[in-house]
Design a protein around this ligand. Structure first.
Ligand SMILES: NC(=O)C1=CN([C@@H]2O[C@H](COP(=O)(O)OP(=O)(O)OC[C@H]3O[C@@H](n4cnc5c(N)ncnc54)[C@H](OP(=O)(O)O)[C@@H]3O)[C@@H](O)[C@H]2O)C=CC1
Ligand SMILES: O=C(CO)[C@H](O)[C@H](O)COP(=O)(O)O
Length: 466
């Protein structure tokens, strides 16, 4: 039997879809899964693609079924599972065989694994698009040794999404660069989803729209500047009916969000980098608070439920404008963070290419990313809010964002991501800020010293110093 060009370990939601995508693009692939029955079922249901798939039930057979030098994709949960599989595979592999971690790894882990691999090839690649993207074309953010990327680039570009014919698969930089970019992608995903959820809350609780009407609003927005995968699927979620009860699905989904950690990694790393991403931080906090359902019930019992009807205080068009502004502000934060990491880690991350690779296939794909790619190509170092296209958009929309945040506050409708975005925007257009007070306080209690506007130098103290 002829040997396969590539191997894939981990036939869960993403791995199975990715393996079919690889086979569908004409590559012979060997697969292995910890639970052998899953492998058997996978091959049995692969239909026309089955002849391209070699199903194996031991790691030894898996490795033996691959062409040398081998390339093996891991698609298992982040953390220990990746380390376990690397440890199990390495003794069976030759020194120039390539291991590719294609799951959502913390980039610090990827850096560590790349170090530990030494001269043995190792890549960490971020894959986005959910199950459908993995099956028919994900967005791929590669990281690690460039020569190793080049060995498999023909496969990764073939299986990736295409935007106007351009593959959405790009090498981002050494070591954990690909997983870092994927984490920021997911952080932006969290913020984008949170802002849509906040607007959904206003439509539902503030304006009294039913699910069908909310779906119609999202569908309409999906034909304008907000056109994106997340707006599109929000309409589908809003209109869905539960197959058991026939009730609107949204009405029976528990209001407690799960999370696997990528948004949290992004928020933590942003703090380390000193490149804050408040919209993403607000989105992570909102997920954490959503999970505290009992506590929220206690709050409602004590204070009464917060949401009140808006009685015409806002229009649906203002919500659309607010979401446009919030989205620009949130992406400006994400790209600023990427820029900070690029400098800090010496990665030279290609910001315009990152915007391009997110234009198709991934969860945050949207028409706006095309304009972002253009703006970043013109000046990758400029905060996106200040690029002429987006400055123009913000001038036209920030009034609506302000109205939405203000009316939401007055009517007990929590909008943490939108309001943090507005605060970021206002902070970033205020030259004379308020940190002079912080510096005065720090000097008062700790002799930390301050700089003066009227003199050169550092380490000045207030009159309390003596
Ligand atoms: N779902 C999504 O939308 C996306 C997920 N990802 C990332 O892709 C990776 C896989 O996710 P997903 O496919 O959703 O996960 P699933 O839970 O669907 O599948 C997990 C797979 O990993 C295997 N596995 C779990 N633990 C181990 C272990 N200790 N050793 C060996 N194999 C193990 C499972 O095998 P078994 O059958 O034996 O349990 C299964 O094949 C994760 O890193 C995830 O964050 C990335 C983008 C999108
Ligand atoms: O990477 C992804 C999409 O890009 C995964 O779907 C990820 O699981 C989403 O994150 P979380 O589970 O924390 O919501």
């Amino acid at each position: 039997m002829s040997k396969s060009e590539i191997g894939l370990l981990g036939l869960g939601t993403m791995g199975a879809a990715l393996a079919l995508n690889i086979a569908d693009n004409g590559f012979d692939i060997a697969v292995y899964n910890r639970t052998a029955r899953v492998t058997q079922d996978f091959k049995a249901t692969a239909g026309d693609l089955a002849p391209r798939i070699t199903a194996t039930e031991t790691l030894e057979d898996f490795v033996a079924s691959l062409k040398s030098p081998r390339a093996i994709i891991l698609m298992v949960p982040a953390g220990e599972a990746v380390d376990q599989q690397i440890a199990a595979l390495r003794p069976l592999l030759d020194d120039n065989d390539l291991i590719i971690d294609a799951g959502n790894a913390n980039f610090h882990d990827t850096n560590r694994r790349a170090e530990a691999a030494g001269d043995k090839p190792f890549l960490g690649i971020g894959v986005s698009g959910g199950e459908e993207g993995a099956r028919f074309g994900p967005s791929i953010m590669g990281g690690g040794n460039k020569a190793s990327w080049d060995r498999v680039a023909h496969i990764l570009t073939a299986i990736s999404a295409k935007h106007d014919g351009t593959p959405c698969a790009t090498w981002m930089g050494e070591q954990g660069a690909g997983h870092f970019v994927k984490a920021v992608h997911n952080g932006i995903e969290y913020a984008d989803m949170q802002m849509i959820a906040e607007v959904y809350g206003i439509l539902r609780d503030g304006m009294g729209l039913d699910n069908a009407a909310i779906a119609a609003v999202f569908d309409r927005w999906n034909t304008g500047p907000l056109a994106s995968y997340l707006i599109e699927i929000s309409a589908r979620v809003a209109e869905a009916k539960d197959t058991d009860t026939g009730r609107p699905l949204l009405d029976i989904i528990t209001d407690a969000a799960g999370q696997k950690g990528t948004g949290r990694w992004t928020a933590i790393e942003a703090q380390h980098l000193g490149a804050p991403v408040p919209a993403i931080e607000a989105a992570v906090a909102a997920r954490n608070l959503s999970a505290a359902r009992d506590l929220r019930q206690t709050g409602e019992d004590i204070f009464g439920g917060a949401p009140q009807a808006l009685n015409g205080a806002l229009t649906v068009d203002q919500l659309e404008q607010a979401l446009i502004a919030g989205k620009i502000i949130c992406y400006a934060q994400g790209f600023t963070m990427i820029s900070g990491a690029s400098e800090q880690f010496g990665w030279n991350l290609p910001l315009p290419e990152i915007a391009k690779v997110w234009r198709a296939g991934c969860i945050i794909r949207s028409v706006m990313l095309d304009d972002m790619a253009t703006a970043l190509s013109e000046d990758p170092d400029k905060n996106l809010m200040f690029a002429s296209t987006f400055a123009g958009n913000l001038k036209a929309t920030h009034g609506a964002l302000r109205a939405v945040v203000a009316q939401a506050a007055l009517h007990g409708l929590a909008v943490p991501a939108l309001s943090s975005g507005l605060a970021y925007f206002d902070t970033m257009r205020t030259h004379r800020g308020t940190a002079n007070m912080l510096q005065g306080q720090r000097d008062y209690f700790g002799r930390h010293g301050f700089e003066r506007l009227d003199r050169e130098g550092k380490g000045f103290h207030g009159p309390w110093a003596n």
